[in-house]
Design a protein around this ligand. Structure first.
Ligand SMILES: NC(=O)c1ccc[n+]([C@@H]2O[C@H](COP(=O)([O-])OP(=O)(O)OC[C@H]3O[C@@H](n4cnc5c(N)ncnc54)[C@H](OP(=O)(O)O)[C@@H]3O)[C@@H](O)[C@H]2O)c1
Length: 327
């Protein structure tokens, strides 16, 4: 099968595309003919060797994929050959075949295409857990979403809107903000030309936001600390800016702030029932039309390097996906 291969840790420009042996079957394995696989920041970190999960080259990167089941291990009971599924894997999604654990495979609803399905689990799962579970966002609260046109950010805008919050979307540029507006954002802040702290304060009558969803870090986090209402919550989701913020504890004390960490993938093991249940909610919302997943760029499997360059250069909105074979 053809696959993207990371032969040495470093830059995505060193990735190769080659013929490799299909992955071996696992005890509770589901073999999938992959039709599309979505990119994530985590892939970049894994390729660099700086992610919390360390892989030894050579390996096939990619953590989420969608396609048809072509084989199941004897003890697998939840899915059958022929079914259309989306799946999470530890690695190996950027290939024509992948083997996922039965418990990490979710049926694709009728009407959802493979590209959409490939990019669904990570961003919607992360944003749902961040807002509904970790921050316990309530209807009527004010939610600020940084990186609001990116993968997790755009999903957070939709989920925040669906949960009944007033959503303030923060992004760089008019096109990105228009996208967030179309997904339910009530107010828009262009961080390139506007002062974040002042605008959030102005939009909330001086009170500040109740909840901040932060996949960016750096100066976005620092502004959030000062633009969050007393008793507010900031969910630390990621550091797309490359800067991991340091937290002055005195501000937390004075304002009764909570800074909450989220590593979504860990909930697969910490709370497996809740992890599985989130997809029931999210796929129901998708069927109701409340979620409209967006993939700005698709590339053939052989152009993985260009796909990563698009993600890194901030040209993408929503998701970027690789397509195997015919779309
Ligand atoms: N905690 C978890 O479980 C979890 C799960 C999934 C993802 N994440 C993390 O969340 C972060 C965002 O992931 P994503 O998939 O949403 O990425 P993405 O689609 O690339 O979006 C990231 C956004 O961050 C903003 N940004 C600010 N500074 C940037 C920079 N120097 N380089 C690139 N983007 C920058 C960009 O928005 P503007 O151009 O509008 O500023 C961009 O749209 C990553 O750090 C990722 O690892 C965490």
């Amino acid at each position: 099968m053809r696959a993207v291969v990371c032969k040495a840790l470093g830059d995505p420009s060193a990735l190769t595309v080659e013929d490799v042996a299909p992955p071996p079957m696992a005890e509770l394995g589901v073999r999938i003919r992959v039709r599309a696989a979505a990119l994530n920041f985590a892939d970049l970190l894994m390729i660099k060797g700086t992610y919390q999960v360390k892989l030894t080259p050579p390996f096939v990167p990619g953590i989420e994929a969608a396609g048809e089941v072509i084989e199941t291990a004897p003890r697998v009971i939840r899915v059958r050959a022929g079914e259309r599924v989306m799946a999470l894997v530890a690695a190996g999604a950027f290939a024509e075949e992948a083997v996922a654990d039965e418990n990490r495979v979710y049926r694709i609803p009728a009407g959802m295409d493979f590209v959409t399905a490939a990019g669904f689990p990570v961003v919607y799962g992360t944003s749902y857990f961040a807002l509904a579970d970790r921050a316990r966002l309530e209807p009527g609260e004010v939610l600020v979403v940084h990186g609001a046109a990116g993968g997790v950010g755009l999903a957070a805008v939709e989920i925040g809107h669906r949960l009944g919050a007033t959503v303030i979307a923060v992004a760089g540029g008019a096109d990105k903000l228009a996208l967030a507006r179309g997904r339910g954002a009530d107010h828009l802040i262009d961080h390139r030309s506007e002062d974040l702290r002042e605008r959030i304060k102005a939009l909330t009558g001086g009170r500040g936001a109740d909840v901040v969803f932060d996949p960016v870090g750096g100066s976005a986090f620092e502004a959030s600390l000062r633009a969050t209402a007393p008793d507010g919550r900031i969910v630390v989701v990621g550091f797309a800016s490359g800067q991991v913020p340091q937290i002055p504890a005195n501000i937390l004390l004075v304002k009764n702030l909570s800074v909450i960490g989220l590593y979504w993938g860990a909930y697969r093991d910490i709370r497996p029932e809740a992890f599985a249940r989130q997809f029931d909610v999210l796929l129901r919302w998708w069927e109701e039309g409340a979620l409209k997943p967006h993939t700005s760029h698709t590339f053939p499997l052989g152009e993985a390097e260009a796909a990563f360059a698009t993600l890194l250069s901030r040209r993408s909105t929503g998701k970027v996906a690789l397509i195997m074979g015919e779309p």
